[in-house]
Design a protein around this ligand. Structure first.
Ligand code: GLN
Length: 304
């Protein structure tokens, strides 16, 4: 497969989508990013790397961090996690409060904000220095020491964090948040504020393309069974209320973030990370989705 040619082609053919989306500005620090950035990095399980565009510019990974925190929680608690978080697509925006009351404070899945807050609460039980340990986990996976949490972004989100605070307090009223809401939110905003470039992100997700074993470090990060489950959740819920449309168009387990990143996995083959900060109405990278649609359409490579 000519991955390099393919990446360049989809990058070129999606240039017309520049200017069609909107950078997230509900977190003010994210609103300052250059909207025209775009890059794609593809890392294969046999060790090759293909890149095009802005692949070495760190950006805010936001909800993509929820995959790392879920992986850590699954390592700690395995299936116990599912007593407190569901596995169903929500069909609602990522920050919606609507289902939580009817469903007794148990969020639909670990990738909407409510679910990710519960996962963060679980990590507070197990990790004595949680942010350092989350960062350490990601640095090792990516093979890069330079990955940080951007304090300015975390503080900026905290200042405007009323909705996440509402979600956390509401779940606490059902007993599904056990630590102090402020501690949970602080860790949540800090892991969402982690910045990485496309190359590091593609490398860090490679274990999900190789049955849970990281092909570079050789470490079995997750069992193959949990890896299958994590990929399945990305397929059904990784793009919030656009997960169905995205599965229809792209057909790869993927996770997005409001920083404009999307990471996609083709089990047995590759992990692909892209960045395009202009978002569509669901909070997903607008050009990124177009590029992934073309990528799987031209290559015929998808899980289907
Ligand atoms: N930190 C963001 C929030 O809580 C993450 C959302 C996202 O990337 N979709 O709103």
């Amino acid at each position: 497969m000519d991955y390099q040619g393919l990446l360049e082609r989809v990058c070129h053919e999606t240039e017309a989508f520049r200017g069609k989306g909107k950078v997230a500005d509900y977190i003010p620090a994210l609103g300052r990013v250059d909207p025209g950035r775009f890059g794609i990095a593809l890392a294969t399980v046999d060790g090759s790397l293909y890149t095009t565009g802005d692949v070495d510019k760190p950006f805010s990974i936001q909800s993509i961090s929820k995959v790392f925190t879920l992986a850590l929680a699954l390592k700690q608690e395995g299936d116990q996690v599912w007593k407190r978080v569901g596995k169903e697509p929500s069909g609602h925006p990522f920050n919606s409060l609507a289902q939580l009351e009817v469903e007794q404070g148990v969020p639909r899945n670990p990738f909407i904000n409510g679910g990710a807050l519960v996962i963060t609460d679980i990590l507070l039980d197990h990790l004595p220095r949680p942010l350092e340990e989350i960062l350490g986990f990601i640095r090792e996976l990516a093979g890069s020491d330079s990955i940080i949490s951007d304090e300015e972004v975390a503080l900026s989100e905290e200042e405007k964090g009323d909705r996440n605070a509402a979600l956390a307090h509401f779940m606490k009223s059902f007993g599904n948040i056990r630590h102090g809401v402020d501690d949970v939110l602080k860790l949540y905003f800090s892991h969402c504020a982690i910045t990485m470039d496309c190359i590091s992100l593609a490398r860090a997700f490679l274990f999900l393309a190789d049955g849970g074993r990281h092909p570079v470090t050789g470490e079995q990060v997750l069992t193959s069974s949990l890896t299958k489950r994590l990929n399945s959740l990305m397929m059904t819920s990784g793009l919030y209320n656009e997960s169905g449309e995205f599965a229809y168009r792209v057909g790869l387990p993927s996770k997005s973030g409001v920083g404009g990143g999307i990471v996609s996995i083709l089990p047995g083959h590759f992990s692909l990370a892209l960045w395009g900060p202009e978002l569509n109405a669901c909070g997903n990278s607008l050009r990124g989705i177009e590029a992934l649609d073309l990528f799987t359409t031209y290559s015929g490579l998808s899980v289907f």
